[in-house]
Design a binder for this molecule. Structure first.
Ligand code: CP3
Length: 343
């Protein structure tokens, strides 16, 4: 029997005396030790090597007093086994070389065998878990949500887009949309259950771009697949689940019947307002504006304090940023935030 960790307790909805803290993209280019490794290896090389992925996952935990480790991988690499060709281009982000443009392309998508596709990440999870056992720090597993993956497969993803092409595809090819999402759900179900079996303490589903949808679009094009994915995971594991998106305040009332434990909240709304719109006792994760970790300044401290006050009404709170760290985040600002949360 493993000892309870504060992060997993909070994920399960049990309020902690002080909120556990971890950060989306806590491993990455803002860390000099990460940049050092990246000079020698490509991102895919590091993801595919369990030893390197383990090393990168642990880098932020060697520097900061964090309550969780998130496994080093990406939401996109599991698509490779489905037949999507991609790479992470330095300074530009991910690039998909064979985007889906028509119904015939969807026919070609494969449902890959788990070990063959992402066995390297499952092995990395086992390595990280062994390293962290004595410190009682859990490993967080993750995957992209079907909709956000469609944004990449059809339209190359990216912040600030309205994803008109994705909406057009769902409108013009409803059967192909259904088939693509069903194949994604099949891949993701195996992948997330595989991560639970490899030992993660919690799973986060990243639906970064879902906030471009109206409630009706969400209900029609997205929610059925999310519900299916979540139900399939629930049937085989009881690890707690977090559903994360950005720009989601307008969708919060649509989230109430998602069977997850935690909702990720971005910085555009206060946590107490998020709680009342969600209208269910989810644990809340968030919601510091990550750009404040670039700029620092008086608003950084005030924002942390406000989040700690606003979270007092929620079932439980996990302190995090409202979206991932960018490469220009300053290490001293990260240290300051952790200190403030732990005080
Ligand atoms: O520390 C961690 O959070 C764990 C690993 C992780 C990465 N990507 C590593 C990564 C996680 C959880 C992700 C999720 C991810 N990837 C999302 C969902 C979260 C979000 O930010 O909305 C999305 C949309 C992606 C797709 C993706 N991968 C983008 C847009 C980029 C480029 C942005 C950038 O910072 O360059 C990536 C590349 C990427 N994924 C990096 C890292 C550490 C930087 C790559 C490098 O080393 O060159």
């Amino acid at each position: 029997m493993e000892a309870k960790s504060s992060l997993i307790e909070a994920f399960r909805g049990v309020r902690q005396d002080r909120p556990p803290v971890w950060f989306m993209r806590q491993a990455g280019r803002y860390l000099p030790e990460y940049r050092e490794l990246r000079k020698r290896y490509s991102m895919m090389t590091m993801i595919r090597s369990p030893e390197l992925a383990c090393k990168v996952t642990l880098q932020p935990l060697e520097r900061f007093d964090l309550d969780g480790a998130i496994i080093y991988a990406d939401i996109l690499n599991p698509l490779i086994g489905m037949g999507i060709e991609l790479d992470f281009v330095e300074g530009e982000g991910p690039k998909i070389f064979n985007p889906i443009t028509c119904a015939e392309d969807v026919e070609q998508l494969k449902i890959p065998e788990l070990e063959e596709n992402v066995g390297y990440t499952l092995e990395a999870i086992r390595l990280v878990k062994a390293e962290l056992l004595t410190r009682n720090i859990p490993v967080i597993g993750f995957a992209g949500a079907p909709f956000t993956l469609c944004c990449y497969i059809i339209e190359q993803g990216g912040a600030g887009k309205n994803f008109a092409q994705v909406k057009k595809f769902a409108t013009l090819h409803p059967e192909a949309w259904h088939q693509m999402n069903s194949k994604l759900v099949a891949m993701l179900t195996q992948y997330l259950i595989g991560q639970a079996e490899a030992g993660v303490g919690a799973l986060q589903i990243f639906d970064s771009w879902v906030g471009v949808l109206s409630p009706l679009e969400f209900a029609t094009w997205v929610k059925p697949y999310l519900i299916k994915l979540i139900a399939s995971i629930r049937r085989s594991t009881d690890v707690p689940l977090c559903y994360f998106g950005t720009n989601t305040a307008g969708l919060f009332s649509s989230f109430a019947d998602l069977d997850v434990n935690v909702i990720g909240v971005d910085w555009r709304i206060r946590l107490n307002e998020a709680k009342s719109l969600l209208n269910r006792n989810f644990a809340l994760q968030g919601n510091l504006d990550p750009t404040l970790l670039v700029s620092g300044g008086p608003l950084l401290k005030t924002s942390v304090e406000q989040i700690l006050i606003d979270s007092q009404g929620s079932a439980a709170h996990i302190f995090n940023v409202g979206h991932g760290f960018s490469p220009d985040v300053k290490i001293e600002n990260v240290e300051q935030v952790i200190k403030l949360v732990k005080k």
